[in-house]
Each structure stands twice: as structure tokens, then as C-alpha cells.
Ligand binder design. Sequence first.
Ligand code: GRG
Length: 305
Amino acid sequence: MHGKEIVKIFDLSIYLKKQQEIINSALDKWLPLPHGPSGPVVDAMRYSLMSGGKRIRPILLIAAAGATGGDQKALLPAACAFECIHTYSLIHDDLPAMDNDDLRRGRPTCHKVYGEAIAILAGDGLLTYAFELMCKPELTQNISPLLLKDAVFLLAKAAGVSGMVGGQTADILMEGQPVDAETLSFIHSHKTGSLIQTSVEIGGLLGKASDEELYHLKRYGESLGLAFQIKDDLLDVEGDQEILGKPVGSDNRNFKATYPALFGLKETKRRAQELLEKALSELECFDDRAEPLRSIARYIIKRDR
Ligand code: GRG
């Protein structure tokens, strides 16, 4: 090649902003509008959903599909389904029966605004709406029924007792008790890791990844999911409430099992870095199209919110 080679530098902040806009406008378009006697629950669903989350799970799904050359636009309903399930988990996690938090995403929590009953129903509504999204023609007309069935199964499993609900149960039952490293890793990889890992896996699956690509994407997602929760633990100790949009120190107050509590800050940071490197190594067989996945992994360890 003559002359200067043009090197395209991937800018994660531009990428995230663009993807967040796409996801936010799809959620806004697809979520029902509040009207009639059930209006308040839809209002509450929209209140929590449209309140500025990072949209990491849907973005991971889209980025994983992109890494294998899949049709990213066609997967938007599946990406939005992850955000609905994630937001439901936050609403329920904030309830008085669970973490009893007043602030989420910089705003009063759902139950503070709408009351407990409506907040529970808004969570239920978002969880089930996720599966309506998985049946949207925008998705079903582009993906084979067999692949879609596998994706729905993986999503249900990641959200349910084998995944997030199972992790949350262990987390709550272990409150105030000493936990060993194995139990802590179970809690973190199920409570938070399952949904993150599965967003990457479904992106690869529906993006028509090869078996080898899918294998590495799953392992990337597994390391990333655990790293994400470890970083969340660190932010609860060292983060800034203003930037986080939620109180810091709540893990300590609620006697939660965390990495800093079990291993100390230095060792926790070392483990997070190790997981980042492991996640990146799983992407070695991918070309430049995996750059968003690589940058997101680095960002997850560095993030301040
Ligand atoms: C209630 C079944 C049920 C499960 C709750 C996810 C969860 C399980 C609880 C949330 C508690 C929590 C703060 C966990 C730490 C990891 C986590 C999920 C953080 C919030 O996710 P982000 O950082 O939030 O992606 P945004 O607001 O950006 O979407």
C-alpha cells in the first residue's frame, strides 16, 4: 500500500452513545402507553425503564452479533428484552423486602414513587414483556424458529432460578453470615453474571456465530459477568454517590457478601484485572468487528458508574 495507511480508532464513548440512543428509542416505541385502569403500572414500568441506565446488556448482545457479522438491527427486540428483565430485577431488588433502597439511577426508586404494590407489578410487567418482545415480528421474521426457541430458553434460564433469581436468593439468605469464596462466586455469577453472559451468548447465537465463536463468546461473557459484579462491589466501597445515582456503602450496611469484604480491596482489584485479561483472551480469534466487545470489557473494569 502506498502513502499513509489510515488507522481507524474505535471510540467507545461514541459507540455507546449511539447504541444507547437506538435502544432507548426502540424501548420507547415498543413499550405500551399508559391508558385505562391499568395505566399506572405502565407508567411505573416506563418510569424505571426510561431513567438513564447504561444499557450494557442490550449493547453486549448487539456487539456480540456484530463481532460475528450478524444482522444487529434485526436483534433489537432481543436486546430490549434484556433491558426489561434487568430493570425488573432492579425494581424488585430495591423493594423494602429486599434491599429497601430509596434511590436508583439518580431518581427515587419505583416503590417510592408508585407504592409497593404497583412497583411489584411493574417488575412483573417488565419481566413478562421481555418475552412479548422475543415474539416481535421484527425478530421472528429474521430468525429461524429453532434458533429463536433456543434463545428464549436461554433467556428464561438466565433470568430464573438457574440464574439471576437463584443468585439473588442465595444473596439474601446469606446476608449477615460468613461466606466462603465458592458461595460468593456462586452469588455473583448467578445474580449478575447470568444475564450478562447470556446477553453475549444470545447475540452470538442469533448473530449466527460458528460453534467455535459461540464457545469463546460464552467464556468471554462469563468472565465479564463476574468482573462486572466485582467492579460493582468496588464501586459500593470507593464510588461517588452523585455519579453512581445510588447510595454507596449499602453492601456493608446490609451485611452483604462482597469481594472487598472477603478478599480486601487490593486482591479484589487484582482479580477484576485477571478476569478482564481472561475475557480479552477469549476474543483473540475474532477480527476488528469484536473491538466493541474488547472496549466494553476494559470499560467495565474502569467505569465510575
Ligand atoms: C430481584 C430477581 C431479582 C434479582 C435482583 C440484579 C439484581 C438481582 C440486583 C441488583 C442489585 C445490584 C445493584 C447488583 C449489582 C450489579 C448490578 C446488576 C448493578 C446494576 O446494573 P447496571 O450497573 O445498572 O448495569 P444500570 O442502571 O446502568 O442499568
